[in-house]
Structures are given as structure tokens and as C-alpha cells.
Design a protein around this ligand. Structure first.
Ligand code: UFG
Length: 326
């Protein structure tokens, strides 16, 4: 029986953790990745097709050759700050690339997609916890590009038979507990790996982007979710889609927000090292607070995030030490 899933961006940080979870669950992940940001070493649980989302022939051929039951779509540009500086690159990679993928899926008759979406589609929250029916009004091109892809896929539901699960992540972080894979972006822009670099001495200090927000300590609050908790939600969403559940969207977060300052203090505690920091001006495109209501995923998918902030930081530190021979 064919148990293949086409994973675009399977060589990347989140994609590779999902490939491991898919394999553990008896699926065969077929990675489709242009390796512009992803790593060949992270593809361990199935074949790698080195290809770009814009390469229609290669993409359609990958689907026709492997006949996957579904596509899990992670390949994208992912940095909020960069998207503000170079919006057209985000619309080209994320929107045009995804549109090409959807068109290949329609052409080849592979109609199930689990799409890696984001909390950045909501913009500035109007409520303390963000639920799925919160208005989607992104404040940066990254969030807008992901929202546009949600819209394209939704519009193709009825006429083309595409069925979807949108998973809107809050802040994915941490590493595989067996320490086989982890976060490895170049250059790194995400808070937790940067904190680890500052703790390990690979960076002199980290800059806190703004301490004048309307939050308890003035720094931004985010909902940090361990990548293995994300992975378990993906398996549940995929299996639900394959079992015939209607198209749907789910937030993936823990429901608890931590400030940048709290992350640094917790990381000092977990690593046992002092972390040098300075306050910098705000980073363009950053909402002050992003915290999920994940009630819907808990109720409808039976999902439960289980990893604490200390477990997130400990796994990130362990991975950082392995990468840097610490
Ligand atoms: N931050 C710093 N200093 C740094 C890096 C980050 O203060 O050197 C702050 C940011 O300003 C923000 C917080 O730490 O307040 C988290 O920043 P990240 O860059 O780690 O993550 P973002 O919240 O900007 O974005 C991440 C993903 C997106 C996703 C979003 C959803 O990169 O793909 O979470 O919340 F959409």
C-alpha cells in the first residue's frame, strides 16, 4: 500500500522534524526541497528530490512518480524582518511557489494538502488569546504571503476538489529529543537559537528588539511551542484529512506567552551560563503579543502540547552544543 507523503521543505527545520514523525507513524516522507535553506543532512527518513516549487515539470513529475496520499507544504521564506525589507521575494517564493504547487496538485489529481501557515496571518491581536476565527489582518509581507496561500487553497476547494488542513504555528522552537536534527538557519534570526549562541559564546551578545511595548516587562510576548508538539499535531491533522474530515484550520500554540526577557532568564537557568544582552530599537513588523488559543486543535484533533519551556530550551541547548562542539 502506498504510504507516501510529499513534504515540500522537508530538509528544513520544521519539515525535517515532521518527516521523522511521519516515518515513526509508518508513512514514507518524500522530501521536495531546493536546499536553498534546508540541509541534505536533515533528510534521513525518505528520499530527497532536489527541486524548486517554481519548477512545474519537476514538481508534477515528483507527484506522478510517487503518487503521495497528501502533500505537506513547508517550503517557504520564513523571516518577518526580511519580508519587510524584501516583500517581492516573499510573494514570489511563498505565493507564486505555492500557487504552482496547487496547480500541480490539481493537474495530477493529488488533492490533499496540509499547509504550514502562521500566527503572523492574524496581525495585531484584538483579544488576549487568538482563536482561529480572529480577523486575519497581517502586518508584514510574510504573514500576508501565507494568508494569500490560505485563500488560494480555499478557493480551489469547491471547483477543484482540493482538501486542506491549515496549521497556524505560533513560535516553533526546540530540537529533536534524540538530538538527530534541530534548528540551523543561516543567518539565524530567531530568538531561541540566538540566545543559545550568546550562551555558548558564538555571539558576543543578543539584542532585545524593543523594551517599550505595552507588555508587563516592555518586551514582546510570544507563544513558544516545541517542534515535536507541532509534529504530533501534523500527524493528527493529516490522518484526520485522510480519513475524510472536512477542510479546516487550527492554531498550534500552548496558550502561554513568554516575554523576550523571560526567555533569556530561563535560558540562563537551563544552560548555566550568563547571556550578554543590550536593548535595541523595535524590529519592523513585530506584533507586541502573539498567544494562541489552541482549544480547537485540542477538542477536534485530540492534540495536547506536552513540552515545557525548560524542555524546549534544554533540547535547543543540547542541539546547539552538538553543532558547535561545546
Ligand atoms: N527577538 C529579539 N532579538 C533577536 C531575535 C528576536 O528581541 O535577536 C524578539 C523578536 O522581536 C520577537 C521575539 O524575539 O519579539 C521572537 O522573535 P523570532 O524572530 O524568534 O520569531 P517571530 O515571532 O518574529 O516569528 C516566528 C517565526 C514566524 C512565525 C511567527 C509566529 O519566524 O515564521 O513566529 O509567531 F510566523
Amino acid at each position: 500500500m502506498n504510504n507516501k507523503i510529499l513534504v515540500t521543505g522537508g530538509a528544513g527545520y520544521i519539515g525535517s522534524h515532521i518527516c521523522k514523525a511521519l516515518s515513526n507513524r509508518g508513512f514514507l516522507p518524500v522530501t521536495y526541497d531546493n536546499l536553498s535553506k534546508g540541509h541534505e543532512w536533515a533528510v534521513k527518513w525518505g528520499p530527497l528530490i532536489t527541486g524548486d516549487l517554481h519548477d512545474t515539470e519537476k514538481l508534477c513529475d515528483a507527484i506522478l512518480t510517487h503518487q503521495p496520499k497528501a502533500v505537506m507544504h513547508f517550503a517557504a521564506s520564513i523571516e518577518v524582518g526580511e519580508s519587510v525589507e524584501d516583500p517581492s521575494a516573499y510573494y514570489y517564493n511563498n505565493v507564486a511557489g505555492s500557487l504552482n504547487l496547487v496547480r500541480c496538485m490539481i493537474t495530477t489529481g493529488c488533492l490533499n494538502i496540509v499547509f504550514s501557515s502562521t500566527a503572523a496571518t492574524y496581525g495585531v491581536p484584538e483579544t488576549r488569546l487568538i482563536s482561529e476565527n480572529h480577523p486575519q489582518m497581517p502586518i508584514n509581507p510574510y504573514g500576508m504571503s501565507k494568508l494569500m496561500v490560505e485563500r488560494i487553497i480555499t478557493d480551489c476547494n469547491e471547483p477543484n476538489g482540493i482538501r486542506h488542513m491549515f496549521l497556524r504555528y505560533f513560535n516553533a522552537c526546540g530540537a529533536d529529543f534524540e538530538n538527530e536534527i534541530g534548528e540551523a538557519h543561516t543567518p539565524e534570526s530567531h530568538l531561541i537559537p540566538i540566545v543559545m549562541q550568546a550562551a555558548g559564546g558564538q555571539r558576543e551578545k543578543l539584542f532585545i528588539f524593543g523594551d517599550d511595548y505595552d507588555t508587563p516587562d516592555g518586551t514582546c510576548l510570544r507563544d513558544y511551542i516545541h517542534v515535536e508538539d507541532l509534529a504530533s499535531a501534523h500527524i493528527l491533522a493529516l490522518e484526520s484529512l485522510l480519513a475524510g474530515a472536512p477542510s479546516n484550520a487550527y492554531n498550534l500554540g500552548t496558550g502561554t506567552g513568554y516575554s523576550v526577557q523571560e526567555i533569556i532568564l530561563a535560558a540562563e537557568n537551563v544552560t548555566g551560563r550568563a547571556i550578554q544582552r543590550d536593548v535595541h530599537s523595535r524590529r519592523a513588523g513585530d506584533p507586541p503579543i502573539l498567544v494562541a488559543s489552541s482549544a480547537k486543535a485540542r477538542q477536534e484533533l485530540g492534540w495536547k502540547p506536552t513540552k515545557s519551556l525548560d524542555e524546549i530550551l534544554a533540547s535547543a541547548w543540547k542541539w546547539h552544543c552538538k553543532q558547535n562542539n561545546i
